[in-house]
Design a protein around this ligand. Sequence first.
Ligand SMILES: C[S@@+](CC[C@H](N)C(=O)[O-])C[C@H]1O[C@@H](n2cnc3c(N)ncnc32)[C@H](O)[C@@H]1O
Length: 312
Amino acid sequence: MAFRQTAALLSQKSKSKSASWAARQFRDPYVKKRLSDPAAYRARSAFKLLEINDEVNGFIDYPDVNAVVDLGAAPGGWSQVVAGRLGWGERKKVTPSPPPQLWDRNDEVEEEAPADFSVPGYQEKKAKRKSSKRSRVVEAELTHFDPLNIDDADFLTSNAHIGRGTILAVDLLKVEPIPGVKAIQADFLLPSTTRLLTSLLRNAQNPEGKADVILSDMAGNVSGNDAHDIHSSLEICEKVFEFAREHLRSAESIGRKRGGVLLMKFFTHPLLEQFRDEVLNPNFHHVYYIKPDSSRPASKEGYYLCQGWKPF
Ligand SMILES: C[S@@+](CC[C@H](N)C(=O)[O-])C[C@H]1O[C@@H](n2cnc3c(N)ncnc32)[C@H](O)[C@@H]1O
């Protein structure tokens, strides 16, 4: 006989989950830092990018970095970091307030990353994924096109200054305006989104529509099915790599051995190690596995920082 939990028990459980989440947030040094930092980053994850960038040769800071694509950008912490490094407007200090709901959701996604499990081989799974239909469709919508975000009155009246380059931020969710950032609300996995990104990258200074840095902090919603979740992470990584193959500027054309950078999040699993060995390693001069201190130890997320694009 199958038992179902009563509504009362479920609600008790969810209350205790919220309480433990709140207690953890209260203790978290990065949440405290985010709320008190004059930079006022929208998401705790901003510190992960800062940490990776500042500790691994400041790849965003080179003056030749002029086009950056931020995939899975909401609520916008990474884009804020990039915009700041490319010289865009000053951010204002905010009054500490409870962490935004948007981040809470993403944070829980990280924490609930799948545990280890066994699955059949990489190639079979890859073929199966390709044939499966996507159930979720979000058409590309450019939410903020103006590079100066001139409809942002606050920005105009503040002492913000104008930076350089093109920064594209893509997410299923809306990214509120950030000076210097073009936000696109869309499903990155749809071909229409990559077409839109291509057209937005192209301009007189960048006729080929290349990006100097591609960032991906994307993670799908955790379904509770380990096999599904790990394959969703792999699917995202593969799509991001395909995008990089078309759009990343090569180390050779930049004239720096570490030029042409791809930073991507993944969930730790042997299939993702295989992906690194077979796909990333041959195409970059340097590939690092990074688990920033600001990434919660319980989370199975990690980052591959790939530097020096040398198309195979
Ligand atoms: C951990 S959050 C990113 C946080 C962000 N780096 C920041 O600093 O604010 C992951 C994001 O990936 C987005 N995402 C997941 N799958 C996506 C997809 N297929 N296309 C676009 N965005 C996606 C989610 O909506 C979520 O906002």
